[in-house]
Design a protein around this ligand. Structure first.
Ligand SMILES: NC(=O)c1ccc[n+]([C@@H]2O[C@H](COP(=O)([O-])OP(=O)(O)OC[C@H]3O[C@@H](n4cnc5c(N)ncnc54)[C@H](OP(=O)(O)O)[C@@H]3O)[C@@H](O)[C@H]2O)c1
Length: 249
């Protein structure tokens, strides 16, 4: 990839997002990230590869800051690139609770803001600020949890199911776009640490995730990022709307 590829990656300060942004920078793409914190390893990588990096700091769990982040994104997106990528990766599994304990409406709102609403507003900014003549691709990082009910994850499952269905609407409205909602598999990130720290009473599947970790079955963020980018840049990308990266080599 060369500098005429511009890639936007949300949640690039750690985990899967950092690995995706790092690989994009190493390929020479111009990368714009959005998260609450900046990542100095990405700054170093950009310098090392002579790639352009802009890190926008924004809390995507609040409506007002989603809107200002979208404004900053529109201003940062350069004109004239041949390819534009939007990787909606930032996400949270919180609040983890059985349905009869979901009283904290503000916590539920923050989860929907981050996992769903920010994706919609940033996608709007991306669509309005880039030319339909370019090769435009959107990747919404979903989860198996959006497709299979998981006890204790009422909020997380609902946000990812909403993300999947929004992706289908976007694809319908924009046949020119290549787009998919992609489940990335189980990855060794801070999100998995958070899952393992869940209260057993609120998350009955806890043991399964502890076992996956103890038996070394979590994929590395870099290996998953490599597979995702290979698929995202391939001709097959977008043929399957609701997809799972484990379907690919
Ligand atoms: N890990 C897995 O096993 C797994 C499985 C299925 C799906 N996924 C999905 O994969 C994606 C990445 O997950 P991950 O495991 O890499 O998670 P992670 O390690 O917890 O990283 C989450 C990223 O999202 C950003 N983020 C969190 N809250 C934010 C906020 N309020 N505003 C802006 N950015 C925020 C974080 O940056 P800051 O904290 O700096 O803001 C961080 O960069 C998520 O959509 C997740 O649902 C993960």
């Amino acid at each position: 990839m060369e500098a005429s590829t511009v890639a936007v990656v949300t949640g690039a300060s750690r985990g899967l997002g950092q690995a995706l942004a790092g690989r994009l920078l190493a390929s020479g793409a111009h990368v714009i990230t959005i998260a609450r914190s900046q990542n100095t390893e990405l700054t170093d990588l950009a310098r090392q590869h002579g790639a352009r990096l802009q890190q926008i700091q924004a809390d995507l769990s609040q409506a007002a800051t989603i809107e200002s982040a979208a404004g900053m994104l529109s201003a940062a997106l350069p004109q004239g690139a041949t390819r534009y990528l939007l990787l909606n990766n930032a996400g949270t599994v919180d609040p983890v609770s059985l349905a009869d304990g979901l009283f904290d409406a503000a916590a539920i709102e923050r989860a929907f803001n981050l996992n769903v609403n920010a994706v919609m507003v940033l996608s709007a900014a991306f669509l309005r600020s880039t030319s339909a003549d370019a090769d435009r691709r959107i990747l919404n990082v979903s989860s198996g949890a959006g497709r299979k009910p998981t006890r204790g994850w009422g909020v997380y499952c609902a946000t990812k199911a909403a993300l999947d269905h929004y992706t289908a609407v976007l694809a319908d409205e924009h046949p020119d776009l290549r787009i998919a909602a992609l489940a990335p598999g189980v990855i060794d990130t801070a999100m998995q640490e958070r899952i393992r720290s869940s209260e057993r009473g609120q998350f009955p599947d806890l043991e399964r995730f502890v076992n996956l970790h103890e038996s070394g079955q979590l994929a590395s963020p870099d290996a998953v990022a490599a597979k995702i980018l290979r698929h995202l840049l391939s001709d097959a990308y977008g043929h399957e709307l609701l997809d799972d990266i484990r379907n690919y080599d």
